[in-house]
Design a binder for this molecule. Structure first.
Ligand SMILES: [Zn+2]
Length: 188
């Protein structure tokens, strides 16, 4: 059975047996919280459980590295919408140790793309169009520095209200232990 067939088969059972009833909630986060976390597969269940978050408790935004790479990109827009439309009153940025974006090599990613059939010509065309591929694929060396940078970008965004605490945290992907890098209450 292909993966998608497995997912859909499970879904039919899930809906028919009304498993969703235990998870019912509304769109407003019960803890008035928005979380920007890394997409790492180890955090799928670990992060909400380690933070005591149940279904409906928080707006959860995920990407590679828990980064805001552009002030006018979709991550920042999601946070702005969470604050103004969905009653989020605090923001947590949660990155983690052993992250795929730590020490990522943009050249290697591009080499892999070429191996998978993307032509050198395409890469050259993108560069000629002024796209900084290395910058776009840039990760971070130090996870704490990355969290500080992301917190600052969010806090200083011109559309973010100044009274929203923006916290910066690092989670251990094995134990779920959280380390505070930025205390959003002190900064707010
Ligand atoms: Zn990660």
């Amino acid at each position: 059975m292909r993966l998608m067939d497995t997912l859909l088969s499970h879904n039919r059972t899930f809906v028919e047996s009304r498993e969703y009833e235990a998870l019912r909630t509304d769109k407003f986060p019960g803890k008035n919280l928005a979380v920007l976390a890394c997409m790492d597969a180890r955090l799928v269940e670990l992060l909400p459980r380690a933070m005591g978050l149940k279904n409906g408790d928080a707006k959860l935004i995920k990407n590679a590295g828990a980064m805001v790479s552009h002030p006018w990109g979709s991550v920042m827009r999601s946070l702005i919408v969470a604050v103004y439309q969905l009653r989020a009153e605090e923001v947590c940025v949660v990155a983690h140790h052993d992250c795929g974006m730590g020490g990522i090599d943009p050249q290697q990613v591009l080499a892999n793309a070429c191996e998978r059939g993307v032509s050198e010509e395409t890469i050259a065309t993108l560069r000629a169009a002024g796209i900084d591929l290395e910058g776009w694929l840039q990760g971070f060396c130090c996870v704490e520095d990355s969290v500080r940078h992301t917190v600052t970008t969010i806090r200083q965004h011109p559309l973010m209200p100044r009274d929203v605490p923006v916290h910066g945290l690092v989670i251990d992907p094995a134990t779920g232990a959280l380390t505070v890098v930025v205390d959003g209450y002190e900064a707010a």
